[in-house]
Design a protein around this ligand. Structure first.
Ligand SMILES: Nc1ncnc2c1ncn2[C@@H]1O[C@H](COP(=O)(O)OP(=O)(O)O)[C@@H](O)[C@H]1O
Ligand SMILES: Cc1ncc(COP(=O)(O)O)c(N)n1
Length: 512
């Protein structure tokens, strides 16, 4: 605990401190009102400096009043003279004088993260930036780390006509990134079709983020909300792609929930707190564990689990199981690598990557120490049960939601550790047990710690999502648990030993 004399500057603040420099929307859907809600929705502490007062609603803009720039400067300095600003989001500027004043303040204060949403025309079609201010906004790009144009705005920033296709827009974004040494978040909201892709583009790379287009009228303030969310996230995320991916997933949910707010009769706002239904909900793990109580109870009575615990399991059945386990682990490793790719921070990324690597070690060990020793080729294909399980995991991974993927991969840690603990307890003296060395691995404290951490990361991911995603997390978790049970149950542990060459080979071998 820091003592009373500790310097406040050395204490990591509880929340990221983010400043919006933007115009107003008295109906709360766009501008600084949207920004402050987006900041709060991402756990940041929000501040706002007003560039322009806008009389607008969900139908459009009625009037704009831009206060004197001396007053803008007074607002900006009031913040920066007192508060450490971790990130700035810049939205509507209105006039050239305002844009230049903001540029001068950025040059003086050099905030660590600057996101520029080059607001020019509202969704309603009303202009929010004077034509003679476009050059000033182009100059402002030099002070930004991330610029978030939609298709028409990107054209203006380059002094070119707006791109008519996504390919042409990505090409324009690449040229802007190179010319201005800035990262570009290109927004595809203005495209036709049933997708609403975005792309994070810098001088050398293009990362496209796919999203389905939600059929809705609730698109007022989407650009404001997205850029504000990215600004709030970036100080505590390793790179732009991670921050944008997370913000975009949240925004898609916010757009889908917007109409239910019943705000206005035109193009309504998004629901920034759409995930608030799950704020304060019990940890995901508690809910999920209760949901699979029956499945867990059924595990102990599986013939395979009983026979493994009491040592009566036939060796050929055990080896068939190990063979499927090795095939499973190879695929599971790829799924964990995908979780690492989608992870929101470095610690989670490293945890899943270590898991992926460990699976391959265990798979190699299985072949070297157990299956190859069995003295026959273990080249058979994955069973339908194994493939069913790995296909489920790969499908969740392909959908690209980190939270759902953590829920899908969790049972392989948690349910497996849970069953293993009970097999271990039932097995008795492992020295005299035919499968003692295998069952002993169930007591590995390293594995128990990894299961705890996987659960913690899943709980953490669940805190960020809305009710719909949480329901999909639960479905993915339950499905994986059912696959775990089917996996143990796929080997016919009760049947007599098979006849033929495999049985002969098995008969000549010592128990593992
Ligand atoms: N109907 C929609 N469904 C899903 N995402 C959308 C929809 N409309 C816009 N978006 C997303 O909202 C964000 C803002 O996009 P866009 O409308 O292009 O910007 P702006 O609001 O600045 O014009 C982008 O991430 C875009 O992909
Ligand atoms: C003050 C202000 N800033 C920005 C927008 C753009 O909003 P949209 O995302 O709907 O184009 C707006 N309507 N009002």
């Amino acid at each position: 605990m820091p003592g009373p004399t500790a310097s406040p500057a050395r204490v990591r603040p509880a929340r990221v401190r983010v400043l919006s420099v933007a115009g107003t929307d008295p109906t709360g859907g766009a501008g600084i009102h949207a920004d402050l809600k987006s900041f709060a929705a991402h756990g940041a502490y929000g501040m706002a400096v007003v560039t322009a007062l806008v009389a607008q609603n969900t139908h459009g803009v009625r009037a704009v009043h831009v206060p004197d720039v001396a007053f803008l400067r007074a607002q900006l300095d009031a913040v920066s003279d007192d508060v450490t600003v971790d990130a700035v989001k810049i939205g509507m500027l209105g006039t050239r004088a305002v844009a230049d004043e903001v540029a001068a303040w950025l040059a003086r204060t050099r905030p660590p993260v600057v996101v520029l949403d080059p607001v020019m025309v509202a969704t309603s079609g009303d202009r929010l930036l004077d034509r003679d201010a476009e050059e000033a906004v182009r100059r402002l790009v030099a002070h930004a780390d991330l610029v978030t144009p939609n298709l028409p705005e990107l054209g203006v920033l380059l002094g070119e006509p707006a791109a008519r296709t996504w390919r042409a827009a990505v090409d324009q974004a690449r040229r802007l990134a190179r010319a201005s040494a800035v990262t570009v978040l290109l927004k595809g909201g203005h495209l036709d079709g049933d997708a609403s892709p975005d792309a994070v583009v810098d001088a050398t790379t293009v990362v496209e983020l796919d999203a389905v287009r939600v059929a809705t009228t609730a698109t007022h303030g989407t650009g404001c909300s997205l850029s504000a969310a990215v600004a709030a996230l970036r100080p505590r995320r390793p790179d732009w792609v991670t921050a944008v991916r997370e913000a975009k997933a949240w925004l898609t949910g916010a757009i889908a929930a917007g109409e239910a707010l019943a705000v206005g009769s035109g193009r309504g706002p998004v629901d920034h707190l759409h995930h608030a239904a799950t704020l304060g909900a019990p940890p995901f793990g508690d809910e999920a564990w209760d949901a699979v109580a029956d499945v867990r109870a059924a595990c102990d009575d599986l013939p395979f689990v009983r026979a493994l615990a009491d040592g009566t399991l036939r060796t050929d059945a055990f080896e068939a199981y190990l063979h499927q386990d090795a095939l499973y682990l190879a695929a599971y490793s790829r799924v964990l690598a995908r979780a690492s790719e989608l992870a929101p921070d470095g610690a989670a990324q490293a945890f899943w990557a270590r898991g992926a690597s460990r699976c391959l070690d265990v798979e190699a060990e299985l072949h070297r120490d157990r299956l190859d020793r069995a003295g026959r080729a273990w080249g058979g294909p994955a069973s339908a049960v194994t493939t069913g399980y790995t296909d489920h995991l790969l499908a969740v991974g392909a959908r690209g939601s980190y939270a759902e993927l953590t829920a899908a991969v969790l049972p392989c840690y948690w349910l497996y550790a849970d069953i293993g603990a009970r097999v271990l307890a039932r097995a008795g003296d492992l020295g005299a047990h035919p499968y003692g060395d295998w069952i002993g691995t169930y007591g590995d404290p390293g594995f128990a710690a990894a299961a705890d951490e996987a659960r913690r990361l899943t709980d953490e991911a669940a805190r960020e999502v809305g009710a719909a995603t949480r329901a999909r997390m639960l479905a993915a978790f339950v499905r994986s648990c059912e696959h775990e049970v089917a996996f143990f149950d796929q080997v016919d542990a009760a049947a007599p030993a098979p006849r033929g060459p495999a049985a002969l080979a098995a008969a000549g071998r010592a128990a593992p």
